[in-house]
Structure formats: C-alpha cells, structure tokens
Write a protein that binds this ligand. Structure first.
Ligand SMILES: [Zn+2]
Length: 346
C-alpha cells in the first residue's frame, strides 16, 4: 500500500485494525481474533464478529436493506478481495456513506495466504449443513459451518430486502468476461429488478440455475430469504496484477448500493440470459472432456458434438445453442466436471 493511502487511514480504521487494512488484519489474525465493537459516523455500529467477518449497522436508518458481500471463497481470486478491502476503508474513512446493513466476509483467509484456490477442498461445494454430518473436518468445512451461522444470524435481523453477492473470478477465459449466476428459485419482481442492477454493473450474462450445488449464494437464497448471486468478475490474477479500472462499473455499483444512491440508467445493455440444462459428473477415473483444455466459458457447440466420455457414459450436444461452462477434469470422482447452459431466448 502507498504511504499516502496509509496516512489517509482514519482513526476508526486504526481502532479496528491498527495500521492495517481489513484484509491485512484478517490475514495476520488467523489463529485468534478479538471481537470488536465501535460506533462510527452517522451512528453506524461496526462489529468484528470473527476473523474476516465485519458487520455494519446504520442505527439511524429505519428501512434498511441487508447486504452480504462475500469474497475469497476461493483464495486466489484476488480482484474482489481488493475491491471489498477498499470499500471497507472507504466506509471507515467516511468517503462512502452507509445506508444499509452490511456484512463483509473474507471467506477463506488460509487459502488467500497460500495464494491457492483452496487448502483442503473446494469451499463453494460446502454450504449445506447436511453435508457436514459424519464427515471429517477440513479447513474449508469448519469455516463454511461458521459462515453459514453468521449469514443466518445476519439475515435473521430485520431488513426491508435481503441481498447476497458472492464475488469470484473465473479460472479460464470466457465469452462473457463478467457474468452472474442466479440460484434464486423464485422469479419475483425483486429478482428481476436485481437483473437490471447487475446490468448497470456491467454484468454481460446471467445464468439461472435451480440446482442446489451447495454454493454460498445458493445457501443464502434457499435458507436465508436473500436474493443472491455468484458474480464472476473476469479472470484469476495474483494480488497487484488486477486491473481494477476494468471493474470500475462493479466498484461504483457496490458503492452506490451500500450508500443507497443507486442510479437507474436506462440505456445499459441488457445481460444475455442463460439457464443450466445439464451438469456432467465424473463417474470414474476414465472420464475425459472431448474439447481443448483452454476452451473459453460459454463456448457454443453444435448438435451432435461429443463433449465428454466416461465408462458407459457420454455427453453429446442434444440441442442447438448449447454452451459449456466451468469445465474441469481434475475433480474427485463424484464431483461436477462440466455445466451445460442454453440461452433463455432459444
Ligand atoms: Zn471462485
């Protein structure tokens, strides 16, 4: 961090994190963290609930929404982590004025410290309490149990509307660089309204899925009454190599969202809408994908194309317009290895 930025840190940030930012403090306090409570500008209550779990409550606002912003479920997806670290500093310095309840979660600090996607296993398959019965503990399992409890507690508190944005970056290139996954089962008007908010943030495609994949956003959509999204914000890069200018629409959008001054510009391009039509699971060690490893997300295939083979199984494109998403051969047997999507307007 530049010395001018460090100097700009205000007293509130210092009271919470010393000379550090929220991210730096989180990575430095993984073994134990002291719970903290503080009143900042405009009677906003700030509480550090746990390492990487920071709660804001504007006590003077009578009809606030509750917004959960989570990052770092995959430790090497750094751009979103930088974005929320900056947002927290902006709130604590008074640059961003908070009008809604906000829970900021840095989900997987050990994986962030190790610059790796995960320590023991993919955390974004663990947000379902049923999964944890009779299963041996892993770093990600223990943390996801805590995060489910904090998220439930947060969303149980009174709020006008409840929203969750779980921010990621993708491993591969994509025909749509910035896209959202919507696990919301209802197509209520609030969900539709959110699609236009996401369009303002530069989201190019929205993928609806009714599959319960135990992702963080599926958990809050199903069990916490939130309108929830996983946002994929470009491609994975190490800290310091992200061009946050490319994500300026998202950064501005989040800032306006938490400060309650969303602007509705009508001329933004509508995101292309997709839905999940199939998921392919790895059944045996003989599983193989039948396209080039570097194939971009949302690449389209023709009817009859062979996409995957396994013992006594194959996946052939059945309909025009089918596209692939998140292909990954290197998963454990029984895990999802490929998602097939189609445009909603096809
Ligand atoms: Zn991710």
């Amino acid at each position: 961090m530049s010395s001018s930025r460090r100097k700009a840190m205000n007293a509130y940030q210092r009271q919470l994190f010393g000379a550090q930012t929220f991210l730096e403090y989180t990575l430095d306090h993984q073994l134990s963290v002291e719970k903290k409570r503080l009143l900042i500008f405009d009677n906003v209550l700030v509480e550090l609930w746990d390492n990487g779990v920071l709660y804001f409550h504007p006590q003077a606002v009578s009809s606030a929404d509750s917004i959960l912003l989570s990052v770092g479920v995959h430790g090497n997806e750094t751009a979103p982590i930088e974005i929320v670290d900056r947002l927290v500093s902006d709130i604590l310095s008074g640059k961003t004025c908070l009008k809604h309840n906000l829970l900021v979660v840095i989900a997987n600090p050990p994986a962030i410290s190790a610059s790796s996607r995960e320590v023991d296993e993919n955390m974004n398959r663990l947000f379902n309490n049923e999964l944890h019965k009779n299963n041996k503990a892993s770093a990600e399992r223990l943390r996801s149990i805590d995060l489910m409890a904090y998220s439930t507690d947060f969303f149980n508190r009174h709020a006008e509307h409840k929203f969750h944005y779980d921010l990621h970056t993708a491993i591969r290139d994509s025909a749509y660089e910035v896209f959202a996954i919507s696990p919301n089962i209802s197509s209520a008007s609030l969900v539709e309204q959110q699609y236009s908010t996401l369009a303002q943030w530069g989201i190019e495609a929205i993928l609806s899925t009714d599959k319960n994949n135990a992702t963080y956003s599926a958990f809050t959509a199903r069990y916490c009454g939130a309108v929830s999204f996983t946002l994929e914000l470009g491609k994975v890069k190490p800290f310091g190599e992200n061009d946050l200018n490319k994500l300026s629409a998202v950064i501005t959008g989040l800032d306006r969202l938490v400060s309650g001054c969303e602007r509705h510009v009508t001329e933004v391009k509508k995101p292309r809408r997709f839905r999940v039509i199939a998921e392919v699971y790895k059944r045996s060690k003989d599983f193989q994908l039948c396209f080039a490893p570097a194939t971009a997300n949302f690449s389209e295939f023709a009817r009859g194309d062979l996409l995957a083979v396994d013992t006594d199984y194959q996946y052939r494109v059945a309909c025009d317009g089918e596209r692939i998403l998140f292909p990954n051969e290197n998963v454990a047997i029984g895990q999802r290895t490929l998602v097939i999507v189609r445009p909603l307007d096809n």
